[in-house]
Design a protein around this ligand. Structure first.
Ligand code: KIV
Length: 297
C-alpha cells in the first residue's frame, strides 16, 4: 500500500461529482514514478510523448508498442498505487478492431496499466468499443492529436471555427456512446472545452483546454523544465516556485553528506516532489491553468 489509496474509475467519477479537479501527469521511467508515488497525483499517463522527451525522436509518430510497454512497465514498478493510463502508439490500433484489442491486451498484461488512451473521434468509436468490451477501459484524445498532426495541418489550436467545434462535440458524443470513460481535449479553446464538460457524462480532461474541465494533464518534463527543445503555451514549469524552500530547508542541515546518504532528499527527487505537489495544489484550487497558460478562445 502506498501513501495514498489508488484511484479507481469509481473514485475518479466520485471526485468529478464532488467538483474536485483531477490531476494527471505523464511519466516514462522508474525513478520519476517513485517520486509521483509519494504525491497526490490522481493518474499517470505513460504518453507517447516519451518518444520525444526520453528517446529523442522529433515527434511521437515513430514510437512502437514495445517502447511503450517498456516505459509503462518501469512506471508501474515505481508507482504501484497509481491509476496508470497507457498511450496506444501510432499504428497500434487504427488497422482493425482485432489489432486494437491485441495491442491493448498486451499493454495491460505486460505493463499492468489500468486503462489505455487512443487518438481520434467518431472514426475510432468501433476501436473504443472493441477494447472496452474486452475489459480494458479507454480514454479518447481529441483536438490537437499529435499522431495525426500532419493531417491536421500542423500543431495548432483545434475548435476555433464552427465546423471544428461542432465536430469536437459530435466526436465526444461518439466516443462516450462507444464506452470511453473519459476524453482528453488537447489545445482546444477554453469556452468550447467548458461547454463540452458541462454536457458530458464522462470525465473531460484538458491539456491546453482552460480550467473548466474535470481534470488537468501536464507533461512531466514541462513541469520540471527538463525538455530543452520546445515548450507549448499551456506548459507550466513549477521548479522556480519551489527552489527557495528546497534550498532553505537544506541550509539548516549541518552535515549534508550524511543527510543525503540517509534521507536521499537532497537532490532532484525532492525538487520534483515539491514541484509536483504544487501542481496538484494549483489544479485542485483551479489556480492552474490561469490565462498565462491558456489559449485565447
Ligand atoms: O503522449 C502524451 O503525453 C500525450 C499528451 C501530449 C496529451 O498524449
Amino acid at each position: 500500500m502506498g501513501m495514498y489509496p489508488k484511484q479507481t474509475i469509481r473514485s475518479l467519477y466520485e471526485h468529478k461529482n464532488e467538483s474536485r479537479p483531477l490531476s494527471w501527469l505523464t511519466c516514462y521511467d522508474y525513478s520519476f514514478a517513485t517520486v509521483i508515488e509519494k504525491t497526490e497525483i490522481d493518474m499517470i499517463l505513460v504518453g507517447d510523448s516519451g518518444g520525444m522527451v526520453a528517446l529523442g525522436y522529433g515527434d511521437t509518430t515513430p514510437v512502437t508498442m514495445n517502447e511503450m510497454i517498456q516505459f509503462a512497465s518501469a512506471v508501474r514498478r515505481g508507482s504501484p498505487n497509481k491509476f496508470i493510463v497507457g498511450d496506444m502508439p501510432k499504428g497500434s490500433y487504427e488497422g482493425s478492431d482485432e489489432i486494437a484489442i491485441q495491442n491493448a491486451m498486451r499493454f495491460s498484461k505486460e505493463s499492468g496499466c489500468d486503462a489505455v488512451k487512443l487518438e481520434g473521434g467518431a472514426v475510432m468509436a468501433n476501436r473504443v468499443k472493441a477494447i472496452t468490451d474486452s475489459g480494458i477501459p479507454v480514454i479518447g484524445h481529441l483536438g490537437l492529436t499529435p499522431q495525426s498532426a500532419s493531417a491536421l495541418g500542423g500543431y495548432r489550436v483545434i475548435g476555433r471555427t464552427q465546423s471544428e467545434s461542432d465536430k469536437l462535440t459530435s466526436d465526444v458524443a461518439a466516443l462516450e456512446a462507444a464506452g470511453a470513460i473519459g476524453i482528453l481535449l488537447e489545445a482546444v479553446p477554453p469556452t468550447i472545452a467548458k461547454d463540452i464538460t458541462s454536457n458530458s457524462p464522462s470525465l473531460i480532461f484538458g491539456i491546453g483546454a482552460g480550467s473548466d474541465v474535470h481534470g488537468q494533464l501536464l507533461i512531466l518534463h514541462d513541469l520540471l523544465g527538463l525538455y530543452p527543445n520546445f515548450r507549448p503555451k499551456f506548459a507550466k514549469c513549477y521548479v522556480p516556485q519551489v527552489m527557495e524552500s528546497f534550498v532553505h530547508d537544506l541550509s539548516k542541515i549541518e552535515d549534508l553528506t550524511s543527510f543525503g546518504r540517509s534521507m536521499r532528499t537532497d537532490g532532484i527527487h525532492e525538487i520534483a516532489r515539491l514541484a509536483i505537489d504544487l501542481f496538484v495544489d494549483e489544479v485542485r484550487s483551479r489556480k492552474f491553468p490561469d490565462q498565462d497558460f491558456s489559449y485565447k478562445n
